[in-house]
Design a protein around this ligand. Structure first.
Ligand code: ADP
Length: 386
């Protein structure tokens, strides 16, 4: 097993105008599971392919297991890569596919047999070793592709969107299997996905990327609770975080976030960061789980049966659409300035379109960002990581 270290890695494709990856710095610890996540085109695969040696970096260094590999051939890097399209050899049986890399390495036949049998049993494909890939289901093919990587006992596993071709149920099952395999094998793993849920459930750490640049790197919960900027906040979590632009006001001895239709009291933990911004615009972020139904609004915007008026934790909002999800409801809300706000509330609330409610904000679970393109985090209740 091995530590993987990237220093100032940069990749500009020949003919490419902008760098696909810029100033990428990362230490993947021995045995760690790190996930690169971000929207399509943000440079995840390029970074992974540079680690694999399938692309040459145009700047920086990559070390695998203490060895500088910039000029080392892919086959000599002691890594195994699993792709989305499986890339199995169609004319070979499952056994032959799994045995291939060991055969090339001139591993003795008996040792190959043992390695393939053991791995096939772990993956539940020991009954199909004699079959050809075209006779297998998508899930079985993906298991064979995994098995082929595992038998080689590489220093490091690289996964490039390995589950995107599978249907939702199978994807969930394979995700759990990959996680369990990692617990068993404890192999250094770097995994690329555009699916933030996959990233959050699999990774010891996630690396959120945008436009070839790392935005944030941290444990899934840390990135969720303390997103470093508006991009990360909006990318991680489902449904996505709601954003409200408003102005900081100072009144009656305290600070307020003035949305236009109403105002929210700035919680104590945010006053220090926001005091200097009185009169300026900021962005308030609230996840759908942090907005609730405080009850029907009265004429002055205060709640009739929810939180007491004047407490500063509700905004009058109009119900647009109610989507039942079984035990929950997704309620689409709007104010004159903000549309498509989503609140996820318990099912059974008497909510109907066109009604105005006092939407309740859990002020311990909101975030404040700069009202700029970069949208840096200004304040959040979640503690900074140690
Ligand atoms: P992701 O994996 O996050 O979807 P990629 O790493 O595939 O992103 O792509 C990053 C950027 O590099 C994109 O702008 C993409 O168009 C560009 N790119 C990827 N591969 C090539 C290539 N072979 N030649 C030129 N540009 C490329």
């Amino acid at each position: 097993m091995a530590r993987v270290v990237l220093r100032n890695v940069e990749k500009t494709y020949a003919g490419g105008t902008a760098a696909a990856v810029r100033d990428f710095n990362l230490d993947v610890a021995d045995g760690e599971f790190v996930v690169f996540v971000g929207p399509s085109g943000c440079g995840k695969s390029t970074t992974l392919r540079c680690i694999a040696g399938l692309e040459e970096v145009t700047g920086g260094t990559i070390h695998i297991g203490g060895r500088l590999v910039n000029d080392v051939q892919p086959k000599d890097r002691d890594i195994a890569m699993v792709f989305q399209n499986y890339a199995l050899y169609p004319h070979m049986t499952v056994y032959e596919n799994m045995a291939f890399a060991l055969k090339i390495r001139k591993t003795p036949r008996q040792a190959i047999g043992q390695a393939v049998d053991r791995t096939a049993r772990i993956l539940g494909i020991d009954k199909i070793l004699g079959r050809k890939p075209k006779t297998l289901s998508g899930g079985q093919r993906q298991r064979v592709a995994l098995g082929r990587a595992i038998v080689r006992n590489p220093k490091c596993f690289l996964f490039d969107e390995p589950l995107s071709n599978l249907d939702a149920k199978l994807r969930g099952e394979m995700r759990a299997e990959i996680k369990r395999l990692h617990l068993d094998l404890k192999s250094t793993t770097i995994y690329v996905t555009h699916d933030q849920e996959e990233a959050m459930t699999l990774g010891d750490r996630v690396v959120v990327m945008k436009d070839g640049v790392i935005q944030q790197c941290g444990a899934p919960l840390q990135v969720y609770q303390r997103p470093i900027n508006r991009f990360v906040a909006g990318f991680v979590g489902t449904p996505a975080m709601n954003f409200f632009e408003g102005t900081i006001a100072s009144d009656a001895g305290r600070l307020w976030f003035d949305e236009g239709a109403g105002r929210l009291a700035i919680p104590g933990w945010a006053t220090e960061a926001l005091r200097a911004r009185v009169g300026s615009k900021v962005v308030l972020g609230a996840r759908p789980q942090a907005i609730g139904d405080g009850g029907r609004a009265s004429a002055n915007g205060a709640s009739a049966n929810g939180a007491a008026p004047g407490q500063g934790n509700t905004l009058p909002m109009r119900v647009e659409v109610v989507e039942p999800l079984g035990d929950k409801l997704d309620v689409y809300l709007s104010t004159p300035r903000h549309r498509h706000v989503i609140a996820r509330v318990e099912a059974g609330r008497p909510l109907a379109p066109d009604q105005t409610i006092a939407a309740h904000f859990d002020l311990e679970r909101i975030h404040f960002f700069e009202a700029t393109n970069a949208g840096a985090l200004l304040a959040t209740a979640a503690a900074e990581p140690a």
